[in-house]
Ligand binder design. Structure first.
Ligand code: C2E
Ligand code: MG
Ligand code: MG
Length: 597
């Protein structure tokens, strides 16, 4: 930007007015002006926040919108650029309205000339700071510097409009301090003020903590903390992904304010009660949402204070449950509650176990054993899958190397691990795999990573790069649950895979349903033409096994051989030739009595 020039942004739906304005500005000899122009409200919205202007000139009439709407947007974007409103002749009301809303000046279009325009612009720039202060006083609480009720309402309305357009959810949290009066009664009034300031700082910090609670959309419009007065605060969370996200913020705020405040040499303890209302469930306009959040806050008080409550009682249970789950999952690694079960995989040509798949379980101290389906999605949502995934890698690699070294298994027996999409998105995966192989001593060829089709397809280009890196390290790669995603032959060709695992849903009816049989045959042929090994998942019967042998499947995994079992039990399957057919006839599985040395 040329610093000597004064940059003006004109929003006017009439091109003639733009040309006139440009000419008027050019007539000013003392200063150089640069004029940019947008003809619609929508175009203007995009540009307002994106560039630095010295002054805005808004036409009052902008089709369906008014320059006043635009002015409010400017204010809500925390943009301090002064706005001069261009109004019609003798329209006193709109002039006053514009000034009240925070315009720096107004100019009547019919009376405008070069001198007036130049003077108004200079005046606006010069007084920008003073105007800012006045604006600030109108919209902010002087004690905490937080937005006040007016600004909160404005932002809420704006967020609601956004929510309606995008069908997104938002939450209003209403916080009231517990027994705040006691503080004011015990200490000087000043102590109460300092406490309110301290609380305001902590709430803001809680919202800044980065997590996936909400995506900021329009900077300041996204999340807002306000002080309504007294000891009442409100928080607007725009674009929450679930009620749990709001619960999480509420809990974080409550926890943060219970830490003591040091005020004028005294340790002061305080707690709060929060009510939560969710749009659109608990109200579709600002008034209803605020009122319902307030009501919910009273429920929280009734529940003994220092807690949060949703307006809809039904939500309290589910949000709480999930929150508890998340909290305990966070501690699960540290408390050694995670464990791996192993499911053996047999090669059909040799009848020997060539790999085991590590499948995670969570031994919850009170709730018992959780299968992965019950907590992996939560781990993925909360980012906990990253440390959990690392733990799985570490544990499984060390275990497999221990088996190999201790002569418990074949030296080439592989361990396969499931890698979730979230892990795959993380660039650290390569380093983690490298480190784990290094630390454990396991040869890379003994590690197999299972990735599902959907993950592979999501971002094909970057996925190929990542897979190639893993491949160059010597790690084996397999496509899990094959057939449930896109199953594109073209894609399969592009990815540096070694193994394809046909999903259980195809194997299930392979002997009953001709179509499934045909599909599986085709899958095997296709995979073989690409030099990929084929594993059938979920083999449960001798007939299925028989059929899979006939059509040239390479390996099988499933209950017929063994379900996933704890670490000590799986070694029973190693180092033996297994006769599953005989096992079927004798009614047992491969583990019991039909092993051949
Ligand atoms: P998957 O990788 O397809 O694993 C196979 C699932 O099928 C396992 O369920 C296994 O118990 C089950 N299964 C195996 N054979 C049979 C059979 O003959 N019949 C039937 N009905 N089921 C069979 P599990 O252990 O509950 O795991 C479910 C999924 O959770 C896995 O599907 C995998 O996608 C995921 N998972 C497991 N461990 C991890 C992990 O450490 N990390 C990640 N990201 N995901 C994991
Ligand atoms: Mg798997
Ligand atoms: Mg699978």
């Amino acid at each position: 930007m040329n610093k000597d020039k004064i940059k003006i942004f004109l929003v006017d739906d009439d091109e003639d007015d733009y040309i006139v304005t440009k000419e008027l500005l050019a007539e000013v000899e003392e200063r150089e002006y640069e004029l940019e122009w947008a003809s619609s409200y929508e175009d203007a919205l995009e540009l307002i926040g994106s560039k630095q202007y010295d002054v805005f000139l808004f036409d009052y009439n902008l089709g369906a919108h008014s320059g006043l709407d635009l002015l409010k947007e400017v204010i809500n974007h925390d943009c301090t650029t002064p706005v001069i409103m261009l109004t019609g002749q003798g329209n006193n009301e709109t002039d006053i309205e514009a000034m009240n809303a925070g315009a720096a000046d107004y100019l009547s279009k019919s009376e405008i000339n070069s001198y007036l325009l130049d003077r108004s612009v200079r005046y606006a720039i010069k007084n920008k700071k003073a105007e800012d202060r006045i604006l600030h006083m109108a919209y902010y609480d002087s004690l905490t510097n937080l937005p006040n009720r007016t600004l909160f309402n404005d932002r809420l309305k704006q967020a609601l409009a956004h929510g309606e357009r995008n069908s997104s959810n938002l939450a209003v949290l209403f916080l009231d301090l517990d027994n705040f009066k006691r503080i004011n009664d015990t200490f000087e009034h000043r102590a109460g003020d300092l406490l309110l300031q301290g609380i305001s700082d902590r709430i803001i910090k809680c919202l800044r903590t980065s997590d996936t609670v909400s995506r900021p959309v329009l900077n300041s419009v996204s999340n807002t903390v306000a002080r309504l007065g007294g000891d009442e605060f409100t928080i607007l969370l725009s674009e929450i992904e679930s009620a749990e996200s709001a619960a999480k913020v509420a809990q974080r705020v409550l926890t943060s304010i219970t830490h003591p405040f040091l005020i004028e040499g005294h340790e002061v303890y305080i707690s709060g009660s929060i009510g939560i209302a969710i749009y659109p469930l608990d109200g579709e306009d600002a008034d209803h949402l605020l009122r319902n959040a307030d009501t919910a806050m009273y429920h929280a008080k009734e529940q003994g204070k220092n807690n949060f409550q949703f307006y809809k009682q039904s939500m309290n249970a589910s949000a709480f449950e999930r929150l508890m789950m998340e909290n305990s999952l966070r501690k699960a690694i540290e408390h050694q509650e995670l464990l791996l079960y192993y499911q053996p995989r047999m090669e059909l040509s040799t009848n020997r176990v060539v790999a085991t798949e590590a499948l995670i379980r969570w031994q919850h101290p009170e709730l018992g054993l959780f299968p992965p389906g019950k907590f992996i999605p939560l781990a993925e949502d909360t980012g906990l899958i990253i440390p959990i995934g690392e733990w799985v890698l570490n544990t499984a690699c060390k275990q497999n190397w221990t088996w190999q070294q201790g002569g418990k298994s074949d030296t080439h027996m592989a361990v396969s691990l499931n890698i979730s999409g979230e892990q795959f998105k993380h660039s650290s995966l390569i380093q983690v795999v490298e480190k784990v192989l290094d630390d454990s001593g396991l040869p890379p060829a003994s590690l197999e990573l299972e990735i599902t089709e959907t993950v592979i397809m999501k971002d094909a280009e970057s996925t190929i790069k990542m897979l190639e890196k893993l491949k160059s390290m010597g790690v084996q790669l397999s496509m899990d649950d094959f057939g449930t995603g896109y199953s594109s032959f073209n894609y399969l060709k592009k990815f540096p895979l070694d193994i394809v695992k046909i999903d259980r849903s195809f194997v299930q009816d392979i002997t009953k349903n001709k179509e499934d049989a045909t599909i599986v045959k085709a899958m095997i042929a296709m995979a073989h033409s690409l030099n990929l090994r084929v594993v059938a998942e979920g083999v449960e019967t001798g007939e299925q096994l028989q059929f899979l042998r006939e059509i040239g499947c390479d390996e099988m995994q499933g209950y017929l051989l063994s379900p996933p079992v704890p670490v000590d039990e799986v070694t029973n399957f190693f180092l033996f030739e297994i006769d599953l057919e005989e096992a079927v006839h004798s009614g047992s599985n491969g583990r019991n009595g039909t092993q051949k040395k």
